[in-house]
Design a binder for this molecule. Structure first.
Ligand SMILES: NC(=O)c1ccc[n+]([C@@H]2O[C@H](COP(=O)([O-])OP(=O)(O)OC[C@H]3O[C@@H](n4cnc5c(N)ncnc54)[C@H](O)[C@@H]3O)[C@@H](O)[C@H]2O)c1
Length: 265
């Protein structure tokens, strides 16, 4: 979908831009005129592949390999970004890993640090690392949370707590950064068909097809989301169309959070 011009001449940094929602966001922003995109991902090959597509589409892309669970690596990423770019208009904190670990499973501790570090701590550290670039001209930050951050679910308490904290942290950031002309918002996607859900399957392509065709009663739309549908919401919040929107969270969940959903017949 081409909505011309909202990011004409702008520069964005997207974490997790090598796959799934982050990748769809990169290409959505470029389709809307983004001049430069920095793709920060631990998957260096994937980031390079997406940069090649960005350049084929007429944009400029820079892959930056970074492991977001590693605070020192994030600091280094910030130094490289500051060295190469004079400002940033948009930061999308998107990278994430699958949820795991209920309280009844004693082994949940193994998941605690990776989930908290990647979903919550990295959101803060990446923001801090590139804040000087965002402050130059003002801009927007979009943090990717989850509908899980707004509901209660079994077996994913660490992930859901981290995602709730991402929404809350965004509110605090909005207060802290308003004076610099930086808006901060979150999106809370429902279930999205991305590598997160099909890459570990025995037959990823088959699993992807199943997910795309699934008739689900977990939302009013009765289907899972495409990553492009989340990217569209991220693009809205990151654009001047959302110039009076800050400190909030947009659910992009097919009608799920807080709604009565009829069960399948
Ligand atoms: N897919 C869903 O159903 C869904 C639903 C709600 C929220 N989300 C959230 O959306 C975000 C994106 O998820 P997705 O479904 O696109 O996942 P994905 O697995 O398709 O893509 C995630 C990307 O993040 C990168 N990444 C993961 N860990 C990293 C690390 N430590 N350092 C650097 N890069 C790292 C991966 O390499 C990959 O490119 C995540 O924060 C996820 O929690 C996803």
């Amino acid at each position: 979908m081409k909505v011309k011009g909202r990011f004409e001449g702008k520069t964005a940094l997207v974490t997790g831009g090598a796959a799934g929602i982050g990748r769809a966001t990169v290409h959505r922003l470029v389709a809307e005129g983004l001049q430069t995109v920095i793709i920060v991902d631990r998957d260096a090959e994937g980031a390079r592949r997406e940069v090649a597509k960005v350049e084929a589409a007429g944009g400029r892309g820079f892959p930056l390999k970074c492991h977001l669970a590693d605070a020192e690596d994030i600091r280094r990423m910030g130094v490289v970004a500051a060295d190469r770019f004079d400002h940033l208009d948009l930061l999308v904190n998107c990278a994430g890993i699958p949820s795991s670990g209920g309280l009844v499973e004693e082994a949940f501790l193994h998941a605690f640090e990776p989930i908290i570090n990647i979903h919550l701590r990295a959101c803060g550290l990446v923001t801090q690392a590139v804040l000087p670039l965002l402050k130059r001209k003002g801009g927007a930050i979009v943090n990717v949370s989850s509908d899980g951050g707004l509901r209660g679910r079994r077996g994913v308490w660490i992930y859901d707590a981290a995602k709730a904290a991402v929404i809350q942290a965004g509110k605090s950031m909005a207060c802290e950064f308003a004076g610099y002309g930086i808006r901060v918002n979150a999106v809370a996607p429902g279930w999205v068909v991305t590598e997160l859900h099909f890459m570990r399957a025995e037959d990823p392509e088959r699993r992807k097809k199943e997910l795309l065709e699934m008739d689900t009663d977990n939302c009013l739309m009765r289907r899972l989301a495409l990553p492009e549908e989340i990217a569209a919401a991220i693009a809205f919040l990151g654009s001047d169309d959302a110039s009076y929107v800050t400190g909030t969270c947009l659910c992009v969940d097919g009608g799920r959070v807080g709604l009565e959903i009829p069960k399948k017949e």
